[in-house]
Design a protein around this ligand. Structure first.
Ligand SMILES: [Zn+2]
Length: 217
C-alpha cells in the first residue's frame, strides 16, 4: 500500500500545501493549507481522496491561514503543531491583515503534538519530531519505512528556515536538522514548505547552512 503525494503551491508565498494519501484506500491528509482553499479542494476532488485530518507543521500564515475554514468544510480535525506555536495560531487574523490575506481565522488545533508521538496518514504511522528554531512549536512528520518526511520550513533544498524573528533560534534549528533529521538516513526524501524537495543525504553533503561543510560545522 504505497503512499502518494501531491503539492499545491498556495498563497503569494508559494507555500507547498501537500496532499499525502494511501494509493489503495485513497484516504489521506492535507498538510499546511495556508490558503487558496478552492484549489486545494479541487485537487482533493480530482484525485478522489477522502481527507481524514489536517496536519500543521507550524503556525505561520502561509501554512495555517486556511486551516480553520478547511477543517470546517471537510469536517475533519486539525492536528499539530506543538503547543509552543499557540501564540502564532492565535495571531493568524493579525498576520493575515499584515499580509493582505482575507478572512483568515485563528486556529485551535484539536490535538497538539509532542515529539515521539505518531500521526496516521491513510493508515500509515508517521513519527513526530519537534524541530524548533524557525518557530518554537515547529514539528516534522517522518516515515522511515516509506523513506519520506514532511519538514515544513525547517530545511529546504540548499537552504534552511528563516530564524530572524523575535522568537527565532538559529542554533536550535541547525541542531534539530543535524541531531534529529539527518540521522534518519541519507535516503529519506522530503517535501518542504517552499520550492523543490530533496533528500537528507543531499542536504547533509551539500547544504551550506546545515551540511557537513557548513562553516560552523
Ligand atoms: Zn514558516
Amino acid at each position: 500500500m504505497p503512499l502518494a503525494a501531491a503539492i499545491i503551491p498556495v498563497t503569494p508565498f508559494q507555500q507547498n500545501c501537500a496532499l499525502v494519501w494511501d494509493e489503495e484506500s485513497k484516504r489521506g491528509v492535507v498538510i499546511d493549507p495556508g490558503g487558496d482553499l478552492d484549489r486545494i479542494q479541487a485537487a482533493i476532488a480530482e484525485l478522489g481522496l477522502t481527507i481524514e485530518t489536517i496536519l500543521l507543521t507550524h503556525g505561520h500564515i502561509d501554512h495555517a491561514g486556511g486551516a480553520a475554514a478547511l477543517a470546517e468544510a471537510l469536517a475533519v480535525p486539525i492536528v499539530g503543531p506543538s503547543r509552543e506555536d499557540a501564540f502564532l495560531l492565535d495571531d493568524l487574523p493579525a498576520q493575515g491583515a499584515r499580509f493582505g490575506f482575507e478572512g483568515v481565522r485563528a486556529v485551535t488545533p484539536d490535538r497538539w503534538l509532542t515529539e515521539g508521538e505518531t500521526v496516521g496518514i491513510g493508515g500509515h504511522d508517521f513519527g513526530v519530531l519537534h524541530c524548533p528554531g524557525h518557530t518554537p512549536g515547529h514539528v516534522v512528520f517522518t516515515n522511515a519505512a516509506a523513506g519520506f518526511a514532511i519538514v515544513g520550513d525547517v530545511l529546504f533544498q540548499g537552504s534552511v528556515g528563516r530564524t530572524d524573528f523575535p522568537y527565532g533560534d538559529g542554533a536550535a534549528l541547525i541542531a534539530g536538522i543535524r541531531g534529529k533529521l539527518f540521522p534518519l538516513g541519507d535516503e529519506i526524501a522530503f517535501i518542504c514548505g517552499h520550492g523543490p524537495g530533496s533528500t537528507f543525504g543531499a542536504e547533509r553533503r551539500g547544504n551550506p547552512f546545515a551540511g557537513d561543510g557548513a562553516q560552523d560545522g
